[in-house]
Every structure is written in structure tokens, then in C-alpha cells.
Write a protein that binds this ligand. Structure first.
Ligand code: ARG
Length: 516
């Protein structure tokens, strides 16, 4: 009775705590966008001078930001900006996680199929940027054939560059990274919005980059809203008002030189046709992505194992400084995020080496494998060391008393036993590696996740495509985990002995005659 009461009290208590957590989480997640009159506005703030982080690190600044704040004042709306990746803006609008997006977003017919745009608020166009030393070689769109081109994911620049025959595209999360890539010498050109590239050259540290040729396109930026948003009219009215009152001109001149051009009421591009979505194409693309993921995992595990074994051997050696060095290595690679390591290796090392005058650039596959192998070597080293040290000291002594040397003891006595103990954590590490390869998407490497991202960026089918991507990862990790449990069983001497014994019994003449 007493016990029963305690049991129920505990249950009720737990239930209450759970309820509290859920309700507070729920109100935390939903309150901002539901609050009356507050408009949640998404923006990707690596697109100066349209949107960027404010110099003090607090909030955002730029032409778009000033304009939207003015619209807010005009329309009596309180604005709250939210930073998100550019290719996430349209999906976020579709699910109404945000109420609007201002992000130098070009009005295109494809986008207009899934979201609504306000009237155009800025006239822009795409430009080609090259390194100054290559200026003679690339002067127009046609010169880009068979070249390496960096673009930002989901942008019109990426769309335009995809039309160039033979060009190899390098897709980054934002224009700033693409331009950095050009400056680092890893690509031949960047196709990006002209005002942004010009601003980056003028203000940023890109003094080895310049814009060549004429504008490739004429584009108009619009503010994006979910379909049938009640705010569309309010914002359009406010924009009209700002354009008329001269406030628009004032904001324009804070960020750009000269007079603002006249803007049409409807973007000319909206007269065209949008692209369509196909599941067959999606699966074909994801299939290639999955192959790359497998390849990336295989290479990284291979080199990681070599590195891990060397590190483990060093860490158990009697020579102390070796032990310290491996400790530092392991602590560093386990103690810092893999993402940071990937950035350090891919962007950091080339710019460091170029800084001291060496002409060095990283192939993306090599950079990805290097980062993943260095990282997993740290984990593998610990697994291997732990496995070896878990074998009883007495076994070393026994083997040595039989006259075996270090190498022999390791090979015939210690390692086979240690390896079996290492298998479960090795399996974990392998599965983690399959999933971690998705992080190299950030350097534009087109593995499974990136392929998914790229498809979402053009089709805006976020849920279906990411669900398919998740399923493929699940399939890969499932197969890996099955293989490891099979290995574990196979290497288990007790089971093997039992099997052998039962096989022997079954085939012995005695048993055979008895069964007749
Ligand atoms: N205008 C281009 C587009 O709509 C690029 C916009 C990128 N904007 C940004 N904030 N990153 O595709």
C-alpha cells in the first residue's frame, strides 16, 4: 500500500514536470510569431550591403534592413529579424515559420509558384568576378565554359552558372564564402549579384578580385511572403509610400551612389514559366549523393584507422613525450567541433599558406577526407588504446615467458582479443562517420545531404526531399550496424567453437547411423 502510493505520487510528479516542460517549450516556440503586430522577418545576413551583421555584433544592418524597418514604421508593424540560411527562407515561408523574408531575393517565376512577392524594391543583376591575374582569360559568359565556378546555394547566380556548358560548380552556403573561395584561388570565377560582389571588393579584403564584362541578367528583388499573406497589401502600400515620399531615395543613397532607378510595378521575369518537380530525378540525384557519401566514409575510415593505430601505438609507448603529443592531438580533435576543423582545413590552411607566399589550394575531396580522417583518428586512437590496455597484463607476461617478442605478442595474443572488444565502439564510430560526412556539405562538397539541399533550393520541396535523404542515411547506417554485429558474432571464439562442435557432431558417422 505504502509502496503503491509512492509509485503513484512519483508518476504524478513526473507527469507534472513533463507537462510543464512541454507547455513552456510550446510557448517558447510559438509565442514570437503569434504576438500581435510583430512580424518575424527572415534574412541571410552574409549579403552586404543588403543585409549583414551590425558592427557591434548586435542585430543586423544594410539596405534591406533599413528599408524593412521603414516599411514597418509606415505600416505600423513591429519587425523582428531572424537570421537563416538563404536556401531555408522559402521553406520557412511555406511552413509560416516566418512572416516575411527580405534577403536580396530575386523575383523569379519558380519562386512565385510557392510564395508571394511584393512589388520590386531593387534593380540588380548578376556579374562575373575573377581574380585580377586571370582577367585576360575570362571576360564574358562564354569564356566561363569548362571553368570552375563558385556560387551561393539556391541563388539565381547558381541557376545561371548551371547553364554554362562544361563548367564545374562549387556551391557554398553564401556569397561571402564563394568569394573567399575565388580569392583563395580554388575556383576561376564567381557568379553573384553585382552590387554584392562590388561591395565585397570595395570594403572587404578581396583586393585580388574584380568584376569583368557586362551584367549577365537584369533582376528585381522583392520581399517574399507566404502565399495569401494578409501582410502583402500592407507592405506593398508602405513601399509605394516610401517610394513616393523620397524616404526610399534617402535610404538608397545611404548605401549606393547616385539616383535610384525607376522600378516597375511587376518584375518582368514573372512573365516566364517555372520549373517542375520530378521524383525520378530526385532519386537519381540522391543516389549519386549516396555513392559519394559511401566513398567519403570509406576513405576517411581507411586513413582514420591508419592514423588511429599510429596514435594508439604512440600513446602506449614507453617514450613519454610521444604519449604527451598524442594526448594533445586527441584532446584537440575531440574537443573542438568537427565543423570548425573542416573550415580550418579547407579555408584556413590555404589562406595561411598563401599568406606566406606559397601557391596552395585544396581539392574539396582531399580536404573533406583530411578533416574527417584527422578527426576520426582521434576517436579511433582512444578505442584502440582502450582495447589493447583492457587485455590483462598477465597475458603479456605469459607470452613473453614463452619467448615471444613485442610484435609477436601483439599480433598473436593481444590484438586478436583486443580487436573483439574494440568492435562495438568501432561500429559506433563507423556509423557516426557516415552521418558526419554530411558536415562537409558546408564546403560545397556534393554528398548526399548537399544534393538534397541543392534540390530543395530549386524545387522548394523541403519535407519530401529531406525525408528521402534521412531515409537513405538510415539505410546506410542500418546496413553498417548489421555488418558489425555479424562481424562480432563471427569473431566470437565461443560461438565459433560451438558451431564447429555441432558441425562435427552432425557429420560424425555415429550420429548419421543413429538417425537412420
Ligand atoms: N539575388 C539572388 C537570388 O535571389 C541572391 C540573393 C542572396 N541573398 C542573400 N541574402 N544571401 O537568388
Amino acid at each position: 500500500m505504502h509502496k503503491n502510493l509512492r509509485f503513484w505520487l512519483r508518476r504524478i510528479g513526473l507527469g507534472l514536470v513533463g507537462l510543464l516542460l512541454v507547455t513552456s517549450l510550446n510557448s517558447y516556440l510559438t509565442s514570437p510569431s503569434n504576438a500581435q503586430g510583430v512580424l518575424q522577418v527572415g534574412t541571410e545576413p552574409a549579403f552586404p550591403p543588403f543585409e549583414m551583421q551590425a558592427p557591434d555584433g548586435k542585430g543586423f544592418t544594410g539596405f534591406d534592413i533599413d528599408l524593412f524597418n521603414a516599411i514597418g514604421e509606415e505600416a505600423g508593424l513591429e519587425i523582428q529579424f531572424q537570421s537563416m540560411p538563404f536556401d531555408g527562407l522559402i521553406p520557412a515561408l511555406q511552413t509560416q515559420n516566418i512572416d516575411a523574408a527580405i534577403s536580396g531575393m530575386t523575383i523569379t517565376p519558380e519562386r512565385a509558384q510557392t510564395i508571394d512577392f511584393t512589388r520590386p524594391y531593387f534593380q540588380s543583376g548578376l556579374a562575373i568576378a575573377v581574380r585580377k591575374q586571370n582577367r585576360g582569360e575570362i571576360q564574358s559568359f562564354d569564356d566561363l565554359e569548362n571553368k570552375k565556378i563558385a556560387v551561393a546555394i539556391g541563388t539565381t547566380g547558381a541557376q545561371e552558372a548551371a547553364k554554362i556548358p562544361g563548367a564545374e560548380l562549387f556551391t557554398f552556403d553564401n556569397s561571402a564564402l564563394a568569394l573567399q573561395e575565388l580569392s583563395n584561388g580554388n575556383v576561376d570565377a564567381v557568379v553573384n549579384d553585382a552590387p554584392v560582389t562590388l561591395y565585397a571588393i570595395k570594403v572587404g579584403n578581396l583586393n585580388n578580385v574584380e568584376v569583368v564584362g557586362e551584367l549577365l541578367t537584369e533582376e528585381y528583388y522583392g520581399i517574399a511572403l507566404p502565399q495569401d499573406s494578409p501582410n502583402l497589401e500592407k507592405i506593398n502600400d508602405a513601399l509605394d509610400e516610401l517610394l513616393e515620399s523620397g524616404r526610399y531615395r534617402q535610404i538608397y543613397q545611404q548605401w549606393f551612389a547616385g539616383e535610384p532607378p525607376d522600378l516597375p510595378l511587376v518584375a518582368p521575369a514573372l512573365e516566364g514559366e517555372g520549373a517542375t518537380f520530378s521524383w525520378i530525378e530526385t532519386f537519381q540525384t540522391l543516389f549519386w549523393g549516396a555513392l559519394i557519401t559511401i566513398l567519403l566514409t570509406a576513405f576517411s575510415v581507411f586513413f582514420g584507422t591508419i592514423g588511429g593505430t599510429l596514435l594508439a601505438t604512440a600513446s602506449i609507448s614507453d617514450f613519454k613525450p610521444l604519449g604527451w603529443l598524442t594526448r594533445i592531438y586527441v584532446d584537440f580533435f575531440r574537443g573542438t567541433p568537427l565543423l570548425v576543423q573542416i573550415f580550418m582545413i579547407y579555408f584556413g590552411i590555404p589562406s595561411l599558406l598563401q599568406g606566406i607566399g606559397l601557391d596552395f589550394s585544396f581539392n574539396r575531396f582531399a580536404a573533406a577526407v583530411t578533416a574527417l580522417s584527422l578527426n576520426s583518428a582521434a576517436y579511433l586512437a582512444e578505442i584502440i588504446r582502450g582495447g589493447i590496455q583492457s587485455i590483462d597484463q598477465g597475458q603479456w607476461e605469459a607470452a613473453q615467458s614463452m619467448g615471444m617478442g613485442w610484435m609477436q605478442t601483439m599480433r598473436y595474443v593481444i590484438f586478436p582479443q583486443a580487436f573483439r572488444r574494440m568492435l562495438p565502439p568501432l561500429g559506433n564510430e563507423f556509423i557516426t562517420m557516415i552521418k558526419d560526412t554530411s558536415l562537409v556539405a558546408i564546403i560545397g562538397f556534393e554528398e548526399l545531404f548537399r544534393q538534397g539541399q541543392l534540390m530543395v533550393a530549386t524545387t522548394y520541396r523541403a519535407f519530401e526531399i529531406y525525408a528521402a535523404v534521412a531515409l537513405i542515411y538510415l539505410l546506410l547506417t542500418f546496413i553498417a550496424s548489421r555488418v558489425f554485429s555479424w562481424l562480432e558474432k563471427r569473431l566470437n571464439p565461443v560461438q565459433r567453437a560451438n558451431k564447429r562442435a555441432s558441425a562435427q557432431v552432425a557429420s560424425s558417422p555415429e550420429v548419421a547411423s543413429r538417425s537412420v
